[in-house]
Ligand binder design. Structure first.
Ligand code: HEC
Length: 102
């Protein structure tokens, strides 16, 4: 292998690991959270008029999701959506959004 190729490979690997460091959440958690983006905005940064999830304390998001799941909190859509996620998934999603800038 030529030295220039090795340098390119090394640069590529470094770029990959820096990218991974910037995106701290594992891919599967980011995929779950992406399912919320249609309505709550990319990374939970909502358009005006919609509840932003970005920066919301994880405990608050978990509590609301659990209340949607049980039906305790009135909703048009979130009852169905919340039921699609396990408690562990909800905790991971809530932690992901809590770490996003609002
Ligand atoms: C199809 C659109 C849609 C999607 C997708 C969606 N939501 Fe919602 N969300 C809503 C609507 C609408 C409300 C207001 C309550 C209602 O009517 O259901 C809401 C409310 C909420 C609230 C309460 C906000 C507040 O401050 O009162 C939370 C928390 C929430 N959603 C979390 C999530 C999470 C987490 C996901 C992804 C797993 C998600 N939502 C996906 C439409 C959506």
């Amino acid at each position: 292998m030529k030295p220039t190729m090795i340098a390119c490979l090394a640069a590529g690997l470094m770029a990959t690991s820096f990218g991974a460091a910037a995106q701290t959440a594992p891919t599967h958690v980011r995929s779950w959270a992406a399912g919320c983006a249609n309505c709550h905005g990319t990374n939970g940064q909502a358009q005006p008029g919609m509840a932003a999830l970005a920066g919301a304390p994880a405990a608050a998001t978990v509590a609301k999701m659990q209340a949607f799941k049980s039906g305790a909190l009135p909703a048009t859509l979130m009852h169905q959506i919340a039921k699609g996620y396990s408690d562990e998934q909800i905790q991971a999603i809530a932690a992901y959004f809590a770490a996003q800038k609002n």
